[in-house]
Design a protein around this ligand. Structure first.
Ligand code: ATP
Length: 247
């Protein structure tokens, strides 16, 4: 059965002056899908995500996110998505509980909802004992799991994850991906960027951006066949080699 589409992009473009950071990208993402958004440094991933999150108005093209238009309905988009990146996640000086309450409050969740779900979340993450400690005292892997849980606490349609597992060890990354699978099974669409090619293999479908364009899109299996490559690592290298941008 075909999934309901929760993200659609057609010719989506962002230019900064003469420079085209995102060059007419087109794709669709289905409900509950785990969509990997790959590309070398400077390929245009963050710029594309900013447009999809309603943070940056496109120069050209069309896109809808959770049924809302990226030009005219940016506030509705922000209310219906979650966002987490390696760089921006939680407030270090607030406690675990305070962070949960703070972010849930921003999304207008009721006191009762926050109270019940906070206890459930702390139990699930085995963080009850740490719940009144400042987030800065937690190891990075725990912070990231908490940040992900906070990003989906308000039950968004879609969660955008921009390199969520940067810098954590493989075991913690695996645990993190188990949480991603659970979220997707509950119907949340996961839009994720990563530089780890083992993680690309965990996605339902993957797109690979090169110099602002989507050069490949398909299931990891399809892409490996198409590029006659044994692993996603090799697919990525074959494409990234063509890039003229980046470091
Ligand atoms: N506000 C801006 N003004 C001018 N150029 C920009 C701006 N934002 C991004 N760029 C340029 O657009 C290109 C794409 O950047 P972007 O951050 O989207 O890439 P990325 O794929 O997310 O890379 P990374 O993996 O390094 O985060 C880069 O060349 C960057 O320098």
């Amino acid at each position: 059965m075909e999934r309901e589409k929760v993200i659609t992009a057609k010719g989506l473009t962002k230019r900064f002056g003469d420079f085209t950071a995102v060059d007419a990208i087109s794709f669709e993402v289905g409900k509950g899908e785990i969509f990997g958004f790959l590309g070398a440094n400077g390929a245009g991933k963050t710029t594309a995500i900013r447009m999809l999150c309603g943070l940056s108005i496109p120069t050209d093209g069309e896109a809808t996110v959770a049924g809302f238009d990226v030009y005219r309905q940016t506030e509705q988009i922000k209310r219906n998505i979650g966002y987490m990146s390696q760089k921006f996640s939680l407030y270090n000086d607030l406690t675990v509980r305070e962070n949960i309450r703070f972010f849930a409050g921003i999304y207008g969740k009721s006191h009762q909802f926050i109270k019940e779900n906070t206890e459930r979340l702390l139990d699930r993450l085995h963080l009850q004992a740490e719940s009144n400690k400042q987030v800065k005292s937690l190891p990075l892997g725990w912070k990231q799991k908490l940040a992900f849980s906070v990003a989906i606490f308000h039950e968004p349609d879609i969660v955008f994850l921009d390199e969520p597992t940067g810098g954590v060890d493989p075991v913690t990354r695996r645990e993190f991906w188990n949480m991603i699978y659970e979220a997707a099974e509950s119907g949340i669409t996961v839009f994720v960027t990563t530089h780890y090619m083992d993680e690309a293999e965990y996605c339902n479908r993957v797109s690979i951006m090169v110099d602002g364009r989507i050069d490949a899109l398909g299931t990891p299996q399809d892409l490996k066949q198409q590029f006659k490559a044994e692993s996603m690592d090799n697919v990525f290298l074959k494409l990234a080699r063509k890039a003229t941008r980046g470091e």
